[in-house]
Design a protein around this ligand. Structure first.
Ligand SMILES: [Zn+2]
Length: 113
């Protein structure tokens, strides 16, 4: 996934511990990688890890279903209704049940399936 053009999405700013930052910067320099591109890759990897672990689900403010992955076609269809792009909300099976959300039959593996 390509990085959005400047001004398209708000930037993220954070302060990692100095030893992690120094190590990261040294490695990106040797690998000739842009720092932001490497961090975006790390974010993708972490999301994939979360998807595999299956402990955290996602939904939108316009949905009554929760999904295991943003790659789910039903999630994508529900996220982009008309011109509006609904924000992604994270939840667990417990918070989903409390909000009367139901699992997506396509991407969420339940005890029954
Ligand atoms: Zn789904």
């Amino acid at each position: 996934m390509a990085r959005p053009k400047t001004g398209q999405t708000p930037p993220i700013s954070f302060r990692p511990p100095a030893p992690v930052r120094d190590d990261f910067d040294a490695r990106t320099q040797v690998a000739k990688r842009d720092r932001s591109d490497a961090l975006i890759e790390a974010m993708h990897d972490w999301i994939k890890k979360q998807d595999r672990a299956g402990r955290v689900y996602i939904t939108t403010d316009a949905s009554d279903r929760y999904h295991a992955t943003a790659a789910c076609p039903r999630f994508q269809a529900g996220r982009h209704t008309g011109d509006e792009r609904h924000p992604i909300l994270g939840l667990t099976t417990e918070t989903a049940a409390a909000a009367r959300q139901t699992p997506c039959p396509e991407c969420v593996k339940t005890e029954k399936s």
